[in-house]
Design a protein around this ligand. Sequence first.
Ligand SMILES: Nc1ncnc2c1ncn2[C@@H]1O[C@H](COP(=O)(O)OP(=O)(O)OP(=O)(O)O)[C@@H](O)[C@H]1O
Length: 265
Amino acid sequence: METLVPPRDRHADPHAPALAVTALARTYGSGPGAVRALDGVDLAFAPGSSTAVMGPSGSGKSTFLACAAGLERPSGGRVLVEGADVTDWSETGRTRLRRERIGFVFQSFHLLPHLTVEQNVALPVRLAGRRPDRARIAALLARVGLADRAGSLPATLSGGMQQRVAIARALLPDPAVLLADEPTGALDSRSARTVLQLLREAVDELGQTVVMVTHDPVAASFADAVVFLVDGRVAGRMENPTADAVAGQMAHLDDLVGAARAVAS
Ligand SMILES: Nc1ncnc2c1ncn2[C@@H]1O[C@H](COP(=O)(O)OP(=O)(O)OP(=O)(O)O)[C@@H](O)[C@H]1O
C-alpha cells in the first residue's frame, strides 16, 4: 500500500533506516551492449546521519540517487523509505513521495527564474496541494542566511545563495531524506563550504538524514561516513573521513578501475 509516514512520526521507529536499498540493480539496455549501472547494492542510512557517496566516473552514483528518489525504476532489488517499500509504487505515488518525503538538491540549483525566493521554496508544498507555512519558510530562509531575500528573483543571487534557497526548499517538508547530487559542483570553494556547513547543520541541529554524491574529498569530509561505489557495487566504506584519507582511497579506486579495464581490453 502506498502509505507515506507522516513527518511527525518519523522517529516513531528508531530502528527503521531513513532510506535503505537492498540488492539494488539497474541495467540499461539489453543483450551484449547492456550496462549494469547498479549491480546488487545494499545500503542503509540511519536517521540523523550524513553520508557521502563517491566513486569513479560511471560507477553508478547518479543512478543510485535516481533510484532512491523514485526517478528511475530499479531492474531488481528494493528501495525502502522510512521502512515503507516504495519500489513498486505507481508514478503518482512516487511523485507524492518525491514532493513530501524526499528532498533533492541538484548541482545546478533548479530554481524557477520567474518565482521569488519564497515562492521557489514553497513550490513543492504547493504542488503537493498543501498551503505552505510562511513562518516556517521565513525561519528556513533565516537559517540559510537569506532572511532579507525572500522577495528576490534567483537571477539577482549568487550561485551559493541560489543553492542555499534550494536547500531551504528541500528542507521545507521535513523530508525523510535529503539527497544531494554534487551540491557544490558549480560553486567556488568559499560558497561550497557554506553549503556543506548548512547540510551539516541540517543533520546536527534538525536531525535530517543527508546522502550526498560528490567528487570532492573536502565535501566528503563533512559527512559522517563515505560509501565508495565501483562498477555499480559497494567497494568500501570509511567512517569519520578526512579529505586526505578520502583522496587517497579515490586514487586507489581509480587505479583498480584502470587495471580492470586494461585486463578486459
Ligand atoms: N540512461 C542511460 N542509458 C544508458 N546507460 C546509462 C544511462 N544512465 C547511465 N548509464 C550508464 O550507467 C553507468 C553508471 O552511470 P552513472 O551516471 O550512474 O555513474 P556516475 O557514477 O554518476 O558517473 P559520473 O561521476 O560520471 O556522473 C555508466 O556506464 C553510464 O554510461
